[in-house]
Design a protein around this ligand. Structure first.
Ligand code: UDX
Length: 465
């Protein structure tokens, strides 16, 4: 048996402290494990060590303070040190996208080589980053290839396993997903790896699916591609609702009450964005293409999603006529509510198109202002970043809702009405209650809900009552 036997309480290392790695490291420490968090970005490590998260995630700073005080999390920018000190190594590095849509796995390979050079005992290497199927095989090959062999001077023990344990956490709900996951998916090749991961998650109350490594890898892509498909489907239905005068919100409810469909992820709007769905869809399509599997279905999902911006702009033009020179208030820049993340944000895509059409924008977001300023810098008389939603509405000819921040539902609509030049709201997220907006005197336009004042109130009752 190796020098740090895996049946003692294994120590964990989380390699990469981004949107997946940092919550994962904190989650395991909070569950009682000794965790080493490593990232080669020294400034990020210093920031985290000082108790500040490099990104916004509800509850993260509080969790960080608690875990740091508890002493179960060690932070280092020396990945080698973390690899040598731990038995279970969670690979949480970035897997950005190449122009071809293929996942760029260079950071994963770099980690595999670092592990190979530091195999000082049995290691369980666990993929947590989203990676295409068969990546684990490449990690295995790379570690075996670059590992120094026992008979080499100062020979090192080269026993290791590679497992897949995809992450399903949603930004803005990371800790809810970590401590109360719907399920855990684990792909393993050895009983030893299975036993270690089973032990790791034994405190969680949820189904744990043990399968082989490629199946686990593929599950993540398939899950994200399916959720993306659900969103593009309901967005297509929303356009049909607009055409025939039906209410997509009620259609989604009527569909979703069937447990085979489910009501989640049927919110119509301006489309999906973020670091995961668009990228994972493209990476999944690339994998299918590589293996000559027709993935036209996914191409349509992506096409519908990219067309949402124009569908929304048509509604804005219909509301304000000429966009050029119009003062437009924009509420929401992040790719969704609850995060400061603007990666592939549908909201920012629309902001850029509005600027191209000559509109003068006053924008607001509760968390994503800084990141948005970097991406689309302020322009005098063209693009102003406002300190509040009310500032964004000042003298506006229309107010656009582009991100589903719940706090926008609690705005004082009569105050907004008084501030605006023309009381028009175009809600790209079906976030607001149409009756509240109309009762405050707004012309209210949304995505396929077609609610009208005189329509009967919709209720879900029990058939037997
Ligand atoms: C997603 C997956 O949900 C998560 O399981 C995985 O681990 C990472 O990718 P995230 O990127 O945080 O998580 O965002 P998510 O909450 O899934 O939303 C994705 C996008 O879809 C957002 O732009 C959101 O606004 C949009 N969306 C979501 C809709 O347009 N309609 C919906 O009904 C739900």
């Amino acid at each position: 048996m190796s020098d740090n036997s895996s049946y003692e309480k294994p120590s964990l290392a989380v390699l990469g402290l981004g949107h997946v790695g940092l919550p994962t490291a904190l989650g395991f420490a909070e569950m009682g494990w000794e965790v080493i968090g490593a990232d080669d970005d020294a400034s990020k490590v210093a920031m985290i060590r000082s108790g500040h998260s490099p990104f916004y995630e509800p509850g993260l700073d509080e969790m960080l303070a608690r875990v740091l005080a508890g002493g179960r999390l060690t932070l280092t920018q020396c990945v080698e040190e973390a690899v040598r000190a731990a038995t279970i190594l969670f690979v949480c590095v970035g897997t950005p996208q190449k122009d071809s849509g293929e996942a760029d796995l260079s950071q994963v390979e770099a980690i595999a080589r670092t592990i190979a050079r530091n195999l000082n005992g049995y290691k369980l290497i666990v993929e947590k980053s989203t990676v295409p199927a068969i990546t684990a095989q490449w990690i295995k090959k790379t570690v075996a290839r670059f590992a120094k062999h026992a008979d080499a001077p100062g020979g090192l023990h080269a026993e290791f396993d590679v497992a897949s344990n995809p992450e399903f956490l949603q930004e803005g709900k990371a800790f809810e997903n970590i401590f109360r996951p719907d399920r855990i998916v684990v792909g393993v090749e050895s009983e030893r790896a299975r036993a270690l991961l089973q032990r790791l998650y034994q405190s969680l109350d949820c189904p744990i699916l043990f399968t082989n490594v490629s199946t686990a890898e593929l599950t993540k892509h398939a899950a994200n591609a399916f959720l993306s498909t659900k969103i593009s489907f309901i967005n297509m239905v929303a356009d049909i609702c607009d055409a025939v005068g039906a209410d997509v919100g009620q259609v989604a409810l009527g569909m979703g009450l069937d447990p085979r469909i489910g009501t989640e992820f049927l919110n119509a709007g301006i489309g999906f964005g973020g670091y995961c769905f668009p990228k994972d869809l493209r990476s999944f399509m690339h994998l299918a293409h590589e293996h000559k599997v027709d993935c036209q279905l996914l191409r349509e999902v992506e096409k519908v999603n990219l067309q949402r911006a124009e569908v929304f702009l048509k509604k804005v033009r219909h509301a304000v006529w000429v966009l050029k020179g119009k003062k437009i208030g924009v509420l929401g820049l992040a790719f969704k509510g609850g995060t400061d993340d603007i990666r592939e944000s549908p909201a920012l895509r629309i902001v850029k198109l509005l600027l191209e059409e000559g509109a003068r924008l006053q924008v607001h977001d509760p968390q994503a202002m800084e990141a948005s300023r970097q991406e689309v810098p302020p322009q005098a008389g063209r693009l102003e970043y406002c300190s509040s939603a009310y500032e964004a509405a000042r003298e506006a000819h229309a107010l656009l809702i582009l991100t589903e921040w719940q706090e926008y539902r609690k705005l004082d609509f009569s105050r907004l009405h008084a501030l605006m030049e023309v009381p028009v709201i175009v809600d790209g997220r079906n976030l607001l209650d149409p009756e509240v907006a109309r009762a405050s005197g707004f012309e209210y336009i949304d995505m396929g809900r077609h609610t009208r004042a005189e329509q009967p109130v919709t209720t879900v009752e029990s058939a037997s009552s």
